[in-house]
Write a protein that binds this ligand. Structure first.
Ligand SMILES: Nc1ncnc2c1ncn2[C@@H]1O[C@H](COP(=O)(O)OP(=O)(O)OP(=O)(O)O)[C@@H](O)[C@H]1O
Length: 451
């Protein structure tokens, strides 16, 4: 008896310690079992308390009266599946007549604390079936991406969503994006995660980093072109626009060839071109965009207009030519001058890290997802890397990137340096690379000399 008590006390202490220090391990070992038992035991009463039951139908009532049986109780939606995941549980239920997915979304907060889960989100997966995704612990506290997180063609995993899913940046679905946030909010780490993920794909990375290249230059071995000051940026953008026009001519030529063949597909963008003709897709990363929009002299104003015009053209026409924009800055509003709101309208992917005021949050979401504005101003200062991500569909989600150090990002970029494609139109902007040193680095990876 004493041995059993000691064992139970030991197990309970281990569980408590794990819960405190390693919530993910706690969830996988103890939490998932406790949560499944709790949900199954409380299901009917919680659904009733949350107003998610329906009264018995008339014929069941009539049958009960006729046979003298007790009046049937209200019925909860039928459980179709309860599946444990790495971070929580997925509960699928079949709706009763008269219910809809919105009832469950509206009750998600009540469900969260009734089932003692960290977060609950609801969505309709098919007509009459709702999926409740629940997380068992705060998955954004210490972000660990699942090893199995794999993207696809121009689709890369960058962060963890608050519902425990991986957040992907899908360039073919949302070609251009804006990433805003106050200083020290985690924008550069977000961009670093993007570069590290994109480095593994057959894609050309082009960077504009007017902070003298401090963010992107260390990753230069994986960059096809880099500009670290506004003059170089203006020329690089001109060259990109010229490259884009060349790709359009190629698409046009292919269209003419296929137009006379009745069964041939008509090429609409680079993804319709045959593999051997398809130009390498390009992701243009712009760090601290305000540096490109500021001017003090007439000459600088001319350069600024030239830069913004090129960015607007790339944002308007780049998608079909396989050119995708990723623009990052502390603020991105009309105070940056003419053309900015026009450019912003083309950047339909939005990510907002912590901001200092509601106006900045409005710059990210005011025009596409007003609900996300409040979520953005509520981001805590002690959680750098947390952001709200949304798109033009009006949906949004809280995300947090893994804390990828510059050292690790450089190692990843270097180990994929052989994938860096050459694009003739951008030859003049190829980064000048220092010779590889014998700096301390993992055996398979060579570190650049960071000046
Ligand atoms: N996902 C994360 N997890 C933990 N710490 C993070 C995360 N993202 C950023 N940080 C930390 O927050 C700090 C600021 O990050 P970062 O440099 O990315 O911010 P920033 O918005 O680019 O700032 P600035 O505009 O001043 O360059 C850094 O110390 C970084 O290590």
């Amino acid at each position: 008896m004493t041995a059993l008590t000691v064992t139970l006390a030991l197990v309970a202490s281990v569980a408590l310690l794990l819960r405190w220090l390693r919530p993910a391990w706690y969830w996988m070992s103890f939490g998932v079992v406790i949560a499944v038992v709790r949900i199954l035991a409380r299901y009917a009463s919680v659904m009733d308390a949350c107003g998610l039951t329906v009264p018995p139908s008339r014929w069941r009532l009539a049958l009960a009266r006729m046979t003298g049986r007790p009046i049937p109780e209200s019925r909860a939606p039928r459980i179709l599946r309860l599946r444990p995941t790495r971070t929580g549980l997925v509960l699928r239920v079949k709706l009763r007549p008269g219910q809809d997915a919105f009832d469950f979304s509206a009750a998600s907060d009540r469900l969260r604390h009734s089932f003692v889960m960290r977060n609950v989100t609801a969505r309709e997966v098919r007509s009459g079936v709702v999926e409740l995704r629940m997380t068992g612990y705060d998955v954004l506290k210490r972000v660990q991406m699942p090893a199995a997180a794999r993207g696809g063609v121009m689709c890369v995993p960058v962060a963890m969503r608050e519902d425990g899913e991986v957040y992907y940046r899908d360039y073919r679905q949302t070609p251009h994006a804006l990433n805003v946030g106050a200083t020290q909010s985690g924008k550069s780490v977000y961009q670093r995660n993007l570069v590290a993920a994109l480095a593994t794909l057959d894609v050309a990375l082009v960077g504009i980093d007017c902070k003298q290249g401090v963010e992107l230059a260390p990753l230069a071995r994986r960059f096809t072109a880099l500009a670290d000051n506004p003059d170089a940026a203006a020329d690089l953008l001109d060259a990109l626009v010229e490259h884009m026009e060349g790709v359009y001519q190629l698409i046009r030529r292919e269209q003419r060839l296929s137009a006379d063949l009745p069964d041939a597909e008509i090429t609409a963008d680079i993804w319709d071109l045959p593999d051997h003709l398809r130009p390498t897709p390009i992701v243009l990363l712009v760090d601290e965009v305000a540096e490109l929009a500021l001017f003090a002299t007439k000459e600088e104003e001319k350069r600024r207009d030239q830069i913004i015009t090129s960015l607007v053209r790339l944002a308007q026409l780049g998608r079909a030519a396989g050119i995708y924009l990723e623009i990052c800055g502390q603020r991105f509003g009309s105070e940056l001058g003419k053309g900015i709101t026009m450019l912003r309208a083309q950047l339909t992917g939005r990510t907002a890290h912590r901001v200092n005021d509601e106006t900045s949050a409005n710059m990210a979401f005011g025009d596409i997802a007003p609900d996300a504005v409040l979520a953005t101003v509520q981001i805590r200062t002690d959680r750098p890397g947390t952001a709200v991500a949304g798109d033009s569909s009006g949906g949004w989600v809280r995300i947090r990137t893994p804390h990828l150090t510059l050292r690790r990002a450089v190692n990843i970029a270097n180990s994929h340096a052989h994938r860096t494609p050459e694009i003739p139109a951008l030859d003049a902007f190829r980064p000048v690379l220092p010779p590889l040193g014998k700096a301390a680095a993992p055996s398979t990876v060579t570190a650049p000399a960071i000046a």
